[in-house]
Design a protein around this ligand. Structure first.
Ligand code: SF4
Ligand code: SF4
Length: 85
């Protein structure tokens, strides 16, 4: 059982990283073997973007949350580049 970040509903607020007692990086899918599934990060997530999934290993880093500024900015740049081409 692993925790998975649902990238579509994550807003990059980093509250999950702030509460992790092991200093893990749920914000960037960095749970690692140290994660004991304590659910503190799930409880603090304002958009319910963390959920349990049945997997042996973590998901590879999925990039910025789709509700966050970084993803929106990158998407706009991509759209503008496509329009210019
Ligand atoms: S479940 Fe607990 S140990 Fe695992 S990443 Fe979240 S806060 Fe950290
Ligand atoms: S997973 Fe939740 S708490 Fe963590 S950065 Fe995304 S929205 Fe914030």
């Amino acid at each position: 059982m692993r925790i998975r970040r649902i990238v579509e509903t994550c807003n990059d607020c980093a509250k999950c990283n702030a509460v992790c007692e092991f200093g893990l990086d749920p914000l960037r899918d960095g749970f690692g073997q140290e994660c004991n599934n304590c659910t503190a990060c799930m409880a603090v997530c304002p958009t319910d973007a963390l959920t349990f999934t049945l997997r042996i290993s973590d998901f590879p880093a999925q990039g910025p949350g789709h509700l966050g500024r970084q993803y929106r900015d990158e998407s706009e740049i991509e759209i503008r580049t496509q329009e210019a081409a």
